[in-house]
Ligand binder design. Structure first.
Ligand SMILES: *[C@@H]1O[C@H](CO)[C@@H](O)[C@H](O)[C@H]1NC(C)=O
Ligand SMILES: *[C@@H]1O[C@H](CO)[C@@H](O)[C@H](O)[C@H]1NC(C)=O
Ligand SMILES: *[C@@H]1O[C@H](CO)[C@@H](O)[C@H](O)[C@H]1NC(C)=O
Length: 394
């Protein structure tokens, strides 16, 4: 154990003694009460062809066309540098170039997308992204993509014509309030929400301090280029991670890694968010996806946050963090009359053998396929006929 770990442990122990609520949260998120993750038999899972040595943090499915979009990075830069850059300082002399893929679920075909109107020498370091479907342009999708440039993080807007293999750059959004974006949820061609996962970005020590003392410094920011406003809409979170919207953009969903919660907000006409429900997931939540057909919410979750932090420190050489996939649906059982509005079901769990450090689970209920990605584990896993997969817990 190195000195850093010793100090972190000391801080952690001191904290546990002082604050019971924090202690409880860490215990819950580390899986103390549920025990280690079970190994899955992986029966219906397989890797997508042609994605070796790519690591894909975020995946979104365009359900009408059955096309999935994958935001990936190359293995070399992910394993040699701390990633994503805002989590830690990085000092790199060559441009980072992530790559987008489109995956046709029915044809089982994966194709890289070519960037147009975007300089070759520009950084393109990917993390979360969101897709906006304009109701008046059935052929075009608008991609809002987090780009962690060495000069600071920005949101890039690209236009993509369905069934082509290009992303056309339109615009870059940069603002002081967008400093550590993790995930982005567009609600029009000009408006989006982002989560800032941490307050500190460029100092290893400050980042560690913020994480281990569990500062409530994470927030959600709304930007509109219609009115040229960028404003804080939710504050006081601990490591807000995935953000997404439902099919009609009326509700916003935010998962937190720091407290293991899923927040459901209603969007007000002025784009402020009103908290409707808090669902205690009891696992650190990474990306959040909503199936627009069923309204079901899929969460990629970390099984044990301490194992995950150790994995990060180890650069995942020997520690392969376990994970789960949790589905949230409307509660149809009798206890809904007692105010339990949502049903929470863990539909998959693995101890890190099949895949590890899962960051995203994108489900397509009509094609019965789910895709998984991770910024640290090679490749993307396709889980066919997800409805039949059940790993029972709790
Ligand atoms: C970044 O790299 C350069 C060149 O290798 C080096 O001179 C500089 O000290 C490094 N900065 C930090 C903060 O590590
Ligand atoms: C938009 O607002 C920012 C400050 O938030 C300002 O710097 C910028 O000049 C404004 N742009 C326009 C086009 O008004
Ligand atoms: C619950 O039902 C409502 C009304 O049908 C639907 O809009 C919503 O998406 C559903 N939510 C979930 C989590 O399934």
């Amino acid at each position: 154990m190195n000195n850093l770990n010793k100090i972190i442990l000391t801080i952690l122990v001191a904290f546990i003694a002082i604050a019971y609520t924090l202690y409880k949260d860490v215990l819950v998120l580390s899986g103390y009460y549920r025990g280690p993750a079970q190994k899955s038999n992986g029966g219906k899972c397989r890797y997508l062809e042609g994605l070796k040595s790519n690591l894909c943090e975020d995946i979104k499915i365009h359900h009408a066309s059955g096309l999935a979009y994958l935001a990936c990075g190359d293995e070399q830069s992910r394993k040699t540098l701390p990633w994503p850059p805002p989590i830690d300082a990085y000092n790199n002399s060559f441009p980072l170039r992530g790559i987008f893929y489109v995956y046709n679920i029915e044809k089982d075909k994966l194709t890289p997308l070519i960037l147009k109107n975007f300089p070759d020498e520009e950084d393109f370091s990917l993390h979360g992204f969101g897709i906006y479907e304009s109701p008046t342009e059935s052929d075009n999708l608008y991609f809002f993509i987090i780009n962690h440039k060495r000069t600071g993080s920005v949101i890039e807007l690209f236009k993509h014509k369905l069934n082509t293999f290009e992303l056309n750059h339109l615009k870059t959004f940069k603002h002081d309030l967008i400093y550590s974006p993790n995930s982005v949820a567009p609600v029009s061609k000009d408006e989006f929400y982002i989560t800032n996962d941490l307050y500190y970005i460029q100092s290893h020590w400050k980042v560690q301090l913020e994480i281990w003392t569990r500062r409530r410094w994470s927030n959600v920011v709304f930007h509109s280029s219609k009115t040229n406003t960028t404003e804080l809409v939710v504050d006081g979170l601990i490591f807000a991670n995935g953000i997404t919207v439902n099919w009609d953009y009326s509700h916003v969903f935010i998962g937190t890694s720091g407290t293991g919660e899923l927040f459901i907000y209603e969007r007000k006409p002025d784009n402020k968010l009103k908290l409707l429900d808090t669902i205690n997931i009891e696992h650190s939540v990474d990306n959040v996806n909503v199936d627009p057909v069923t309204g079901e919410i899929y969460l990629a979750v970390i099984h044990d946050i301490l194992e995950y932090m150790n994995g990060l420190a180890d650069k995942f050489q020997s520690i392969k963090p376990s994970f789960g996939v949790i589905k949230i649906s409307n509660n149809t059982k009798e206890d809904k009359f007692y105010g339990i509005k949502y049903a929470k079901e863990k539909i998959f769990e693995d101890d890190g053998t099949l895949f590890y450090a899962l960051s995203v689970a994108a489900g397509d209920s009509s094609r019965k396929v789910m895709l998984w990605g991770s910024p640290f584990a090679e490749g993307v896993v396709s889980v066919a006929n997800q409805k039949t997969i059940r790993v029972v817990l709790d």
